[in-house]
Design a protein around this ligand. Structure first.
Ligand code: ZN
Length: 56
């Protein structure tokens, strides 16, 4: 767990973990390397996966 990444997360800048990348259908999923939240690839950028929000 990288402290700088955690700080970035608090500011809304999440970094996906390249080692944890998987694909479901045509959607690419990953997790934030800082806070572990699930992320999903949008049209042009990665964002938090709101569908997975609230799950732990
Ligand atoms: Zn994060």
């Amino acid at each position: 767990m990288n402290l700088l990444w955690r700080l970035a997360c608090l500011l809304g800048f999440h970094r996906r973990d390249r080692k944890r990348l998987w694909q479901v259908g045509s959607r690419h999923h990953s997790v934030c390397a800082g806070c572990g939240k699930q992320m999903v690839r949008g049209f042009s950028e990665w964002r938090l996966d709101e569908d997975a929000a609230g799950q732990s």
